[in-house]
Write a new protein. Sequence first.
Length: 87
Amino acid sequence: MAAISPKLRQLERRGICTEEFAPSLWEGIAGMSLEKDLIEKKIVSPLLHPDLARKHGVYPPRAILLFGPPGTGKTTFSKGIAVLLGW
């Protein structure tokens, strides 16, 4: 079982997010496999492994802009990224 961040633990105590729900959020996003792969490679990996990324000259982004019409998954992607990073 992965370690749960203190912030996620606070949300869990308030009943907003549960430990069982959080790890499956990213995997539960159906479709969009190209977009998910891109996000994992360009955003998540450099933030999870900053020393390794820096060694290879990759610097994590300082900001991310997701755009599109309502209902296209922007918020779900944001929450999924946050869960992957333990934020």
